[in-house]
Design a protein around this ligand. Structure first.
Ligand code: XMP
Length: 527
């Protein structure tokens, strides 16, 4: 968790997290309104909250009941801070429970999904929120008696009190989730709270972030040298641009070419940085080493492990050769910061449990005991904010909008053992997939689009000849965050063009199949 306040004169909101899957989303919505916000655990001591000088606090939802024995409670001193508070779902119930006179009980009817909001009082929080607008509900408890000083603002068919306010103290509670996309009037409500009630000016912009980060980085590293491992993804590329602007040639970008990138990508990356943006990149060509290290290895996790270890070894060798460096730049993002401190309470035992479990470790991840100090200027940003910052810094769209690409690259898209021949075959097939998806204009509608090479051979016929060659699988998926995914319904004509071109143009492949499995139960990658 970030403990030092970030530019204390910047208007900001604190989101107190009670374990909701939407806490992060609330923060993102507030930031979309150009107001900086941070997600903090509900356990955060009041002094730490005060240090940030927030202009308002939002209490998130949560999976517990406020009357569970081990239900998470915030410090009651919160109510004496003298700043506006908005409680969302569990947050509203907590408000009702902690403030005198309120009562929370199991609802007569659980309410889940869309509900029509009937506005009874549209003074401030619900100003411009249309009567009858759709809001997203997900709760089993309800506020059955308002705390002293509160009035009801709205109801729904199943919730006699769906929103409440104490206009004097600026305390507000809503039973629904204004932050989710299904809540049609949600953004209007958040604008009312953030801009009008908390009086936050819109100052959180990519430009202001860049300006402040540059000053911070300069102050942090002084005249020392910084090393950055560039992968070509949007995070490390944005980081490279930002740091180069901040410290110029004190920055060394190192690109370790494992040999598992897509066709022409390593050359393009280095050329783009070097020639177009005048950011020198040390291109470490390590294909042979990596291939040797995973020779005959079929197990996917063993492959990942060996690639990861080799990466660290190459990194250490090269950094001592190019160094010494005092600092290592890392593209840590805000979700990583929240995740590493994320917690939830098991209502049965009162023990902390992790909210989210990271499913993958990027092979670019480096061990903690390296001798460098860290520079992590992106640690306040969500992924979509990194893209905005990258764009303002002049990063080309092809990098800003790049689909995710796994650290071990094509090595986990060649099932079983990896060798040069298979890499060449898959690279050529993958190139055709990319070319056709780009030409179709559908690139942006997809989360990822790629080919997977199977380690078996199938029979085909070409001209008068029988062929015996590898099949590839097309994996085209849509997704919001990679945690779940659906197979993309692409036009038949596009699929046909991809299949025809691959079989005609790539020697070694004679069959193309389409993966129509969603995640879950499938994963996006095949290994
Ligand atoms: P799965 O296959 O688990 O993938 O559905 C979810 C997302 O993670 C990416 N992925 C990886 N990324 N190292 C990475 O950096 C890995 O080992 C790895 N495996 C999967 C995958 O491309 C998708 O975006």
């Amino acid at each position: 968790m970030v403990t030092t306040p970030f530019h204390a004169n910047r208007p900001m909101l604190v989101i107190l997290d009670f374990g909701s899957q939407y806490s992060e989303l609330i923060a993102r919505r507030v930031r979309e309104l150009q107001v900086y916000s941070e997600v903090l655990s509900y356990r955060t001591p009041i002094a730490e909250i005060r240090e940030r000088n927030p202009q308002g606090i939002i209490l998130s939802g949560g999976p517990n009941s406020v009357y569970d024995r081990h239900a998470p409670h915030s410090d009651p001193a919160l109510w004496d801070l003298g700043i506006p508070v908005l409680g969302v779902c569990y947050g509203m119930q907590l408000m009702a429970q902690q403030l005198a006179g309120g009562l929370v009980e199991p609802a007569l009817k659980r309410e889940y999904g869309r509900a029509s909001l009937r506005v009874d009082n549209s003074t401030d929080l619900l100003k411009d929120v249309a009567d009858g607008t759709t809001m997203w509900m997900s709760h089993g408890d309800a506020v059955t008696r308002l705390p002293k000083g509160f009035v009801k603002l709205a109801h729904t068919e199943n919730s006699p009190c769906a929103a409440m306010a104490d206009h004097e103290r600026h305390f507000y509670g809503v039973q629904f989730h204004p932050e989710v996309v299904h809540s049609v009037g949600g953004m209007a409500l958040l604008i009312n709270f953030v801009r009008n009630i908390c009086r936050c000016e819109p100052t959180w912009t990519p430009e202001s972030f860049i300006e402040e980060s540059i000053a911070d980085v300069r102050a942090q590293v002084g005249t020392k040298r910084v090393l950055l491992a560039l992968s070509g993804g949007v995070d490390s590329s944005t980081l490279a641009f930002l740091l180069h602007r901040a410290i110029g040639d004190q920055l060394t970008c190192m690109f370790i070419d494992q040999g598992f990138m897509r066709k022409e990508e390593p050359e393009r990356l280095v050329k783009l940085f070097r020639d177009q943006f005048h950011i020198p990149v040390v291109h470490v060509q390590a294909t042979e080493r990596f291939l040797e290290r995973i020779k005959d290895v079929s197990d996917p996790e063993e492959k990942r492990k060996r690639i990861g270890h080799e990466f660290i070894q190459v990194f250490e060798e090269e950094s001592s050769r190019l160094g010494p460096f005092d600092y290592l730049a890392q593209g840590t993002l805000y979700p990583d910061v929240i995740e590493s401190s994320g917690e939830n309470i098991d209502p049965a035992t009162g023990e902390r449990v992790a909210v989210r479990i990271k499913s993958h470790h990027n092979v670019g991840g480096l061990p903690k005991n390296l001798r460098f100090k860290l520079v992590e200027p992106l640690r306040r940003l969500f992924k979509d904010e990194v893209r905005k910052v990258g764009r303002v810094l002049g990063l080309p769209e092809e990098i800003v909008n790049r689909h995710p690409f796994p650290g071990p690259g094509l090595a986990i898209r060649i099932l079983g053992a990896v060798d040069y021949e298979k890499l060449t075959i898959l690279r050529d097939a993958d190139m055709i997939v990319r070319q056709e998806i780009n030409a179709s204009g559908l690139y942006h509608s997809l989360w990822q689009a790629f080919a997977v090479l199977l380690p078996v051979k199938t029979v085909g016929v070409m001209g008068d000849q029988r062929t015996y060659a590898y099949p590839v699988i097309l994996r085209l998926v849509t997704s919001e965050d990679g945690m779940t995914a659906d197979w993309a319904r692409m036009p038949y004509e596009l699929l046909e063009r991809i299949a025809t071109r691959i079989v005609n143009e790539v020697t070694g492949i004679n069959r193309v199949a389409l993966d129509i499995t969603s995640k879950p139960p499938g994963t996006i990658e095949w290994e």
